[in-house]
Design a protein around this ligand. Structure first.
Ligand code: ATP
Ligand code: MG
Ligand code: MG
Ligand code: MG
Length: 431
């Protein structure tokens, strides 16, 4: 992508209304713009990041056997009356009426809807277990939308739902999602801590939240420091997931209200955390009122055992920035970077430099390297600052002097290391 033809409205000044660094940087880097309180447009650069995060979340769901589908954002109030949550959910739910005065709502979550879909189709225990998920916009009319997309009103969530014949099966589904989540966050370049959690309005008796550590986090975490040492990734669906979860959850980790000093170890670390995921086992909480049952092995009907599993996809974009930035701007982990390389032309308009840049840009494109080429007629200083701000993992810098010597300068954004290399060596380094 040539920057001269892109839509990247970066800001030099720090927006005064943004309180946390990720919000400031997302605005400054031209990733998002606020449309109403807690409602954001994702500009092209931000949207590329959102898609990358979404794809990693999707890949790990698929790897652990969950099946993707898509449910609508608008739901019928009647379904929520059946579960009893229409009134219980309160003012966080955006309620709407259609032209026939039918009561509708913009879904804050999908337990009722998926239970309704599943119960109509599933007849026998032989169709279980199943985990279904979708990645869809949610709306919650938060009292205090703030921190940009960290706590928006409209936000993108991956929500999965498991269906099992008995509690033992439901616990296996839970263990799968537990492992899938740790693997997802590791692939996103994040260290996520699973903490025991309250089941809240969704109900049930087994629940964990996944938090990433950041001083701006809204939750207070109490964690056994041994948990920081555990290797939480590289597990597959066929590994001993029960043992894995047991090893991790035997180490103390709790958030806010669930913290019990009497049960905590002496050596305890307190940190602020951002909730990026939350998983629940809730048994028959929805299958019972909605009548979701299948015929069991002995021919009698059995209520389906369920769980739900959420990841805040749009919140993660902000969370990753909280975890990875410096004074100059964002530092994208390779896996979610909007482009891999920023190519900087130090003297646009200079025939030789333009030719060298165009050649390198073509080579990068041919090699399938996602490149943002700053071909604008701007001063070098401004281009450097802009590239550091948007945080692409690599920068390739070409000016008249380098062209004479037949070299490009390669900079790693995370470390600031710079090397002069031949074009071929530079390409080989980033490949
Ligand atoms: P919070 O405690 O931050 O209000 P929650 O516990 O209400 O979140 P869940 O119902 O557990 O949220 O939803 C699953 C995930 O969706 C959360 O872990 C979080 O990552 C994300 N999420 C929830 N509310 C928002 C929001 N307002 N903006 C962005 N992401 C959100
Ligand atoms: Mg909430
Ligand atoms: Mg919460
Ligand atoms: Mg939660």
């Amino acid at each position: 992508m040539r920057l001269s033809q892109y839509f990247l409205p970066t800001l030099k000044e720090t927006p005064s209304d943004a309180q946390i660094v990720s919000h400031r940087l997302m605005l400054r880097a031209g990733m998002i713009r606020q449309m109403s309180a807690g409602i954001y447009a994702w500009l092209p650069l931000g949207y590329r990041v959102l898609k990358k995060i979404e794809n990693i979340v999707r890949a790990e769901q698929d790897r652990f056997g969950a099946i993707e589908m898509l449910m609508p954002t608008i739901q019928s109030a009647d379904l929520w009356r059946e579960s009893g949550r229409y009134d219980a959910y309160g003012p966080e739910m955006l309620r709407i009426k259609d032209r026939h005065e039918r009561e509708m709502l913009f879904g804050p979550t999908n337990e009722e809807m998926i239970t309704d879909i599943f119960k109509r189709e599933a007849k026998s225990y032989r169709e279980l277990p199943k985990i279904l998920y979708h990645i869809q916009w949610k709306f919650r009319d938060e009292v205090r939308p703030r921190f940009g997309v960290m706590r928006g009103r409209e936000f993108l969530m991956k929500d999965a739902y498991s269906f099992d014949i008995d509690e033992a099966g439901a616990r296996r589904s839970y263990q799968k999602m537990f492992a899938a989540y740790l693997s997802t966050f590791a692939r996103l370049g994040l260290k996520a801590i699973p903490v025991r959690a309250d089941t809240g309005p969704i109900g049930g008796d087994l629940s964990h939240e996944f938090h990433i550590l950041a001083d701006t986090g809204e939750s207070q975490l109490y964690v056994d420091p041994k948990l920081f040492e555990v290797d939480m990734k590289a597990l597959g669906p066929d590994d001993d997931l029960a043992g894995f979860m047991e090893r991790i959850t035997s180490l103390y980790a709790a958030a806010d209200e669930l913290h019990d000093p009497a049960k905590a170890p002496k050596e305890l670390v307190t940190r602020r955390g951002i909730e990026v995921g939350h998983i629940f086992y809730f048994g028959t909480k929805y299958s019972a009122p909605l009548g979701a049952q299948v015929v069991g092995p002995d021919g009698t009907p059995v209520l389906i055992e369920m769980g739900s599993y959420g990841v805040g996809v749009s919140r993660l974009a902000a969370g990753i920035i909280e975890a990875s930035h410096d004074e100059a701007g964002i530092i994208w982990p390779d896996e979610v970077a909007p482009f891999k390389v920023g190519l900087i032309n130090l003297k646009s308009g200079d025939a030789k430099t333009d030719t060298a840049c165009n050649d390198l840009y073509a080579k990068l494109n041919n090699a399938g390297v996602e490149t943002l080429y700053d071909d604008r007629d701007e001063r070098a200083g401004g281009k450097f600052a802009n590239m550091d701000l948007i945080g692409l993992p690599w920068q390739m810098i070409i000016g008249p002097k380098g062209v004479e010597k037949g070299v490009v300068e390669l900079k790693r954004r995370a470390t600031g290391e710079r090397h002069e290399l031949s074009v071929d060596d530079a390409l080989a380094t980033i490949a």
